[in-house]
Design a protein around this ligand. Sequence first.
Ligand SMILES: [Zn+2]
Ligand SMILES: [Zn+2]
Length: 448
Amino acid sequence: MLEISGREVLIQELTEPLVKNEGLTQVEGFKEVNGQLQCSRCGTSDRKKRQVAPCTCGQDCYYCINCLQMGKIKRCSTLYTAKEQNQFTSLTAPILTWKGELSKQQKEASMAIIETIHLGGERLIWAVAGAGKTEMIFKGIELALQAKKRVCIASPRVDVCLELAPRLKSAFQSVPLAILYGGSDEPYRYTQLVIATTHQLLRFKQAFDVLIIDEIDAFPFDIDRSLQYAAKKAKKEKGSLIFLSATPSKDMQRAIQQKKLAVTMLPARYHGYPLPEPQLIWSGDWQKKINRQKATGVFFAYLKKMLKQKRRFLVFLPNIVLMQKLAVQIKIRFPETLFTTVYAEDPQRKEKIIQMRQEKYDFLLTTTILERGVTFKNIDVFVLGAEDRTFTESVLVQIAGRAGRHKDFPNGAVLFFYYGQTRALKGAVRQIKKMNRLATERGLVKKC
Ligand SMILES: [Zn+2]
Ligand SMILES: [Zn+2]
């Protein structure tokens, strides 16, 4: 029964009836680890993450709140697992149908990835936004597929998975590919190549010989320990784990310094132009101005200038409330301009992003939701309230990374409007400059 191969699932999560055989093992919903009860699926042992409730089993029962969104794991639940068999349909050559060319630094990273896949272990690929990190995993994936390895590319962000899917499909045209995320209409099917959100990894156990996690530093993977547990569980013990990130966490940076984590650095963009360095602009107490419905100030002066120059741009704000107040002010002051607001729970988020790409808007006001994964061809970026706690060093670096992505438009402007300077703000500027310096030293940068 291949459906359960390398999985850890509840019986109701299967599409076929369960065949009990020797290969099948089962565990209870909760197990005792070091004297503490732990959810078998997500590894959470926090008592506050357990809820007592009446249950059909007739006994005092409880369930895990932490992984509830994936279906209820109760004390009386049974999780079924079968060993990963690596029984795949044979692949038709050529496996890799991508015909592009890798840059010098991409080639180096590609070699490092191949080595990690071959030898097992962990490696971080630290690549600036626009380095072209997807292309450099292709060769490694091809060799792994050839060697009958099971491969998963995961990301904490659904958007990232959905952007990756068509690119992988066209790079591996004859390879069956399952795309797993919450709310997907497709039922699970057993494939050698998988794209999944890191949440979906909770349903796997010792499945993947190669696990690549893209945007490893993104929310919620960065703070949710059960997702880190899931990644460890989903990978085979001797498998390889490759992290991709433009802004690795402080913990990861420390592990690199202590030589506990192998790293490959890619400081240059694919097109060879330097990263746009942010300009810091003091905006005064901009919140007060918005709250008092005063539209004056340095930010509006820049807005006017950009609209006049017919530049298209994204404006990042710390929260929805301020974003909406600002939108009202902009409508009053610039009645002709075409713009809209985007935030995480916005039901029209996808459509609005597409319309922005089609140039139906001059600009978007957005929360940090567009900080990564979304690419526009020729865009400037503003951050209003860059001192806010929402804008951590990595968020600011990611936002700056939206500008100048395309080879025809490598010089987007990055403007950080701030009231007070924070460590994150200074750190972000420092990090971007450091990458440009590193790229120049290695001879990877063209002159603008
Ligand atoms: Zn029960
Ligand atoms: Zn759980």
